[in-house]
Ligand binder design. Structure first.
Ligand code: MG
Length: 389
């Protein structure tokens, strides 16, 4: 007997941070009254706290599932999309087929051009909660629903070195190397002495075997990016991420053709259409889907499409309360093209207490949660912190 969706609720969860994401505010980056600051290096707004939006869906049979999406800024935007539109078209549906619901909800707004952004973020949260329920109804993990686990652990690379100087960032990377991590990524917009000095110093400290990637944060023209990558590659560049503006596919095509390092993109994408527009034109090496944007349905479509074209999948990890990270790890355990997963220690470690269930990252590897469903749920503390929105 199939169960039906009875209710969809939305919450925001805010958690203070000791140090803002990407490190302490630099001169000229003071937060505004809402706690939002703009990083000079990439002209991007970040809150000084952690915040995400969570969705709880319950069935008539009393099975509950959780989803999560971005709430960094304007959390009311995704909440309004769920409350005013998506919830009513989800109630009454059979949660055993999340992909069908995803496609129906996505189609509702296509002709108005809502094929990404906050609209698809809201849909991602619902999608993750529906997959959670689908697993719980079957007594299976999300990984099992996706065909079964192909790996029990997932290689993790340490991302973000939120310290104020190159010396301190290098020391932080060394500490994590001592803890068993062999792969690292730095962000060029906060490389105060320049990206070349950053990778040269990290290479000197971490040795020849460490993998070191550079996140270029969409800040360059094609010509600048090619030149900068050429200066970094002699120091052993694992991959160069987000070299040019996401809107400028022609620039990405040029960088992929002429840069002498693997190019990684995709953390800002919402659907497999974003990849499809670039495949065949841009010689991307690595795609980096973000579960908080894609939901499980489109994360899976992106990974499978990438696999068909011989691309690696190294999922993105961002500020969250652990629900979309659990979904990302569940999917990563099941999808063949995944070769590694981003690890944001400055988010994972303090926020780990927000979920109950097995999910760990130690000695260079994630251990994904088991099942059923996502295998995790918000902790009592997380539920106390949630505000209906
Ligand atoms: Mg990035």
């Amino acid at each position: 007997m199939s169960d039906r969706v009875k209710s969809v609720e939305v919450f925001s969860l805010t958690l203070p941070r000791e140090t803002p994401y990407l490190g302490a505010a630099r001169p000229g980056e003071e937060p505004n009254a809402k706690g939002y600051l703009v990083r000079a290096g990439n002209r991007t707004v970040y809150p000084v706290f952690d915040r995400s939006v969570l969705v709880r869906i319950e069935t008539e049979g009393g099975v509950a599932g959780w989803g999560e999406t971005y709430g960094l800024v304007a959390p009311g935007a995704v909440a309004a999309i769920v409350n005013d539109l998506l919830a009513d078209f989800t109630v009454g549906r059979d949660p055993g087929d999340p992909e069908a619901i995803y496609d129906d909800l996505y189609d509702l707004m296509r002709v108005r051009g809502y094929t990404g952004g906050f609209y698809v973020d809201a849909l991602a949260a619902i999608d993750i909660a529906l997959w959670d329920i689908a697993g719980r109804l079957k007594g299976a993990s999300v990984a099992e629903l996706l065909g079964g686990t192909v790996r029990n652990t997932i290689p993790a690379y340490l991302s973000g070195l939120p310290e104020a100087s190159l010396g301190k960032r290098t020391e932080l990377a060394r500490q994590w190397q001592d803890r068993g991590f062999g792969a690292f990524k730095f962000a060029t917009p906060v490389a105060d002495d320049g990206p070349v000095a950053e990778i040269e110093t990290l290479r000197g400290a971490l040795g020849p075997d460490a993998r070191i990637a550079a996140d270029m944060h969409w800040t360059h023209s094609a010509e600048e990016a090619i030149d900068l990558i050429r200066l970094m590659t002699p120091h052993g560049l694992w991959f160069a991420e987000a070299p040019v503006r996401t809107e400028d596919i022609a620039a990405l095509e040029t960088v992929c053709r002429f840069a002498d390092a693997p190019i990684a993109v995709g953390e800002e994408w919402r659907t497999h259409w974003d990849l499809l527009q670039r495949i065949g034109r841009c010689e991307i090496a690595i795609v980096q889907p973000e579960m908080g944007h894609t939901g499980i349905t489109n994360f899976t479509r992106i990974a499978r499409l990438a696999g068909q074209h011989g691309l690696e999948v190294i999922p993105h990890a961002t500020v969250g309360a652990g629900i979309f990270l659990a979904a990302s790890l569940q999917a990563s355990a099941a999808l063949g093209p995944v070769t590694a997963h981003e690890f944001q220690h400055s988010i994972f470690e303090p926020n780990r207490r927000l979920v109950k269930g097995c999910m760990d990252c130690a000695e260079g590897f994630y251990t994904p949660p088991g099942g059923p469903g996502l295998g995790v749920e918000p902790s009592e503390e997380a539920i106390r912190l949630m505000q209906p929105i």
